[in-house]
Design a protein around this ligand. Sequence first.
Ligand code: ATP
Ligand code: MG
Length: 428
Amino acid sequence: MPDKVQRVKGVNDILPVEARQWQVLEAVIQKVMNRYAYGEIRPPIFEKTELFARGVGEDTDIVSKEMYSFSDLGGSSLTLRPELTAGVVRSYIQNNLQQISPVQKLWYEGPMFRQERPQKGRYRQFWQFGAEAIGSPNPEQDVEMIALFYAILKELGITDSVTLKINSVGDTESRTAYRSALQDYLKPHLSELSETSQARFESNPLRILDSKAPQDKELVKDAPKIRECLNEASANHYDQVLSMLKDLKIPYTQDDLLVRGLDYYTHTIFEFTSDALGAQDAICGGGRYNDLVKELGGNDVPAIGWASGIERLLLVVEAIKPMNTDPVLDLYLVVLGDELRIKAPQLVRDWRDQGLSCDADALRRSMKAQMREANRQGARFVAILGEDEFSQGVVQLKNFESGEQETVAFDQVAKTVLNSLSERSEES
Ligand code: ATP
Ligand code: MG
């Protein structure tokens, strides 16, 4: 026997039962994005490696060790996208989207690829949906961004088990000032820091704040806070964000150690975490990136965005407010006698055309087996077709729930079922 081919480590098959949860979530995402007037964008799954090196930052975990890069036949280095902000910004610049309107509000959904150690909530192919608002420098845009994700949590009924952590890294001037303050504080303890943090002391000292190493955590506790180094404009921006969040009744926790992994952030940064998850507890991360468009060759245009991991979000939904994913089918056609089997395709096609979700047996099984299959598929009705019924152009239509049965002409079946289902949904 030939060997079975196994799937690649760290990736998932999303099977139909689980896909029903995805569809519910995707419907929520689309609805909320429409309400907030964000337009969907679908950039390619791979880009030139250079885009991520420049757009995400050479120093980040993503670029330094997690990317799936390869050369194509022409010898170009390409990379499966590890995130989509860089791709959206590239697309914004290349397609001159600023000419359409000075603020572009965009959202996306799709698979991302990172070569990380697989574990619960951390995969090598995982899905993100996200939003980017490119064009406005103002705090109300930051607040809308956060409100947008919060609205999705609300629709899913899980706001109570999610925490919004927020911080500001300020503008370039504030960050430079803080960088020195932090280095001054850490310098005498340099040798006590973890190896990774020692390496980051020069290149990216802010990242030391979110180090998981116990000795780093201990030192960082008493480090100066970014908030205290913000210049007036940055402090104002941040204060206004917090005050509008209060107006919107969106609870938040200020987290002085939140820096987020990426190089491009300015001003507001935030993360949504959930205690329903284990170690991988972040369900959404984002922030303002005022310099990225310019750094990728566009105009000097400010922007802000976030991205959320779908698998992790669904783990929270599953733990807190599981969705009903029982199968439902409007009608199952049960055919008695093999000669009638060839009549089934046309009948179900017509009923499907008239709007019913409808199925029939293709294995020529017994009546009992067909009834069992109807039940398994969650059929609300079964239509039973025998020789007598066929000669009269009718079926025995049976309501699976009430057990009631009536004789109905072929062309009245869809209408009868739809009427009954809509009455039932009005009652409940
Ligand atoms: P983490 O701290 O978990 O590594 P991150 O800071 O690398 O997250 P981002 O790059 O901000 O994550 O991506 C946004 C969201 O995408 C995360 O909050 C998380 O929900 C999800 N995510 C990131 N990496 C993975 C992964 N390997 N598998 C599944 N989901 C992921
Ligand atoms: Mg990560």
